[in-house]
Write a protein that binds this ligand. Sequence first.
Ligand code: C5P
Length: 227
Amino acid sequence: MKSKVFVALDQTEWKDIERLTAALKGSGCGMKVGMELFYAHGPKAVNFIHSHGFSVFLDLKLHDIPTTVGKAMSNLLQLPAVVYNVHVAGGTQMMQMAAKALNDSGRKDVRLIAVTQLTSTTEEMMQKELRIPGSLIECVTSYAKLAHEAGLHGVVCSAQEATAIKLVCGSKFVCVTPGIRPPGSEAHDQKRLMTPVDAIRAGADYLVVGRAITQAQDPARALEELF
Ligand code: C5P
């Protein structure tokens, strides 16, 4: 089960990266490198974490004009990460350019996925601020369908939406789910939450867990206790 977890290393201090990779080495989990870490330390962070035996999810959520995203993906594919992502909101052509970059790279070990709606987004915020009418689940499932049709392997979504997405896109379409909290733990800025056990039951293929592990006294034990 621990191989289904990507620990979100949302830290910028290098000593924290060393501490967390040492604490979790050999545990079987993967690591997620997001904007905070990548913008602070760049490729060095991906190479370092990979060299300690972790699978890396490079969570940079690309969202720009199609040509830029295609070229950026080609550059990022030089790194030893195995999961990459873009935003569905960038549109079909943008996702297709990212998929083409992957295809051209010849790498078969990579999964390219797309963010539907961030797990910090509520339905109200989506309607009022992003000005997307309808329900959140309608938006997320139609975004997942777009990603599927553009040739991507899966989506980042809330575990609350995994069942509906699998119905629309098929069981092999990968659902990677942040917004995971063990029962009774703090939500922080996340809104669409689920517990680890419920997320797996709902069809999540991989769980992204950040603060519940990285802020624990004993990260390896926190990982152990997720299930
Ligand atoms: O600490 P926590 O478990 O909330 O961390 C969640 C991680 O997942 C963060 O790195 C965040 O950027 C990422 N993420 C998210 N919602 C998405 C996509 C990624 O929370 N839809």
